[in-house]
Design a protein around this ligand. Structure first.
Ligand code: MG
Length: 310
């Protein structure tokens, strides 16, 4: 089930926060480049993008709170930790087309006694109550709601492409902390409607399939040069939000449109009304065969168009 967003990758491989030592710093006080194409959909990352978050503090609290689940379950604490680690690792690595939650539980129960307690009830209770306390002191950035509401008013179809390792309840709590209305999004990725995680291209392909658009129709908004900008391989345009920049690849962020979240909210004011928004968006799981076809078509189109390949 569950873990954090871009974090579980960070649990495993701990990418560096901030730019690499030799990476050029973002150019300050320069207005983000104007949009060069019409968008039919805007996809948002959540943690460090819409949600101001110190990832290390969040993870510490999250795993501490999860310990309560372990204690209440009566399961062996070491087995519980091994199950969590195995489940999280499985969500980031499995490639069988099943949903991330199926991958999690299969590996979790390889370590943990399924009969130790009512696990569904235990985790549901955790996400309904305890999880919400983790972010109780988060101070939302008003620019998040301003940007989302401006885009919604202009008719853009919005999707929340947040790392799909949480159940929906865990995502909605984080949107609540961010002060952003979950109803603004036609699709929200969670661990039960996704078959892969960021930065894998197949994750973004299944979101293109769900939105019914091509990569060139999409603006991706995120704070991670790897996990979020990998969408550009499928032709998406991007806005890199720099307040909580994560640049594990050490890329020159001046090569991509970027700015603070407040600057992004200002920037979307300059966008025209969306004339052809994505419609009939699917919220659920997308079959691997369909998303694989979307992946191939959009990678080819992006290569042909010479799109940026981060
Ligand atoms: Mg992020």
């Amino acid at each position: 089930m569950t873990t954090n967003t871009e974090s579980s990758t960070e649990i495993e491989s701990k990418p560096e926060g901030g730019p690499a030592a030799d990476a050029p710093a973002p150019t300050p006080a320069v207005a983000p480049a104007p949009a060069t194409r019409p968008y039919r959909a805007v996809c948002f990352d959540l943690d460090g993008t819409l949600l101001p978050l110190d990832l290390d503090v969040f993870l510490q609290r999250y795993f501490s709170a999860l310990g309560q689940v372990a204690a209440c379950s009566g399961a062996d604490p070491a087995a519980f930790k091994a199950g969590m680690d195995a489940g999280i690792r499985a969500m980031t690595t499995h490639d069988d087309g099943c949903s991330n939650d199926q991958a999690f539980w299969r590996h979790f129960f390889a370590e943990v006694d399924p009969g130790a307690c009512d696990w569904n009830a235990a985790f549901s209770a955790f996400y309904e109550r305890s999880f919400g306390e983790i972010g109780a002191d988060v101070v939302p950035d008003p620019a998040a709601a301003r940007a989302v509401e401006t885009l919604r008013a202009k008719g853009y179809t919005l999707a929340l492409t947040t790392m799909p390792m949480f159940p929906a309840e865990g995502v909605k709590w984080r949107l609540n902390w961010a002060g952003v209305d979950a109803d603004a999004f036609a699709r929200i990725t969670a661990y039960d409607n996704s078959t892969a995680t960021k930065p894998r291209a197949i994750y973004y392909a299944e979101n293109l399939a769900a939105l019914g658009v091509d990569g060139k129709d999409v603006l991706m908004v995120g704070n991670n040069t790897v996990e979020d900008l990998s969408f550009m391989r499928l032709g998406a345009d991007a806005f890199l939000v720099t307040d909580y920049l994560l640049n594990p690849s050490g890329m020159d962020v001046n090569a991509v449109r970027h700015g603070t979240l407040a600057e992004f909210a200002d920037w979307v004011e300059t966008l025209p009304t969306c004339e052809n928004p994505a419609v009939d968006v699917r919220r659920g799981l997308i079959g691997r065969e369909e998303s694989q076809a979307v992946l191939v078509a959009n990678e080819r189109a992006a290569q042909k168009d010479g799109s940026v390949r981060p």
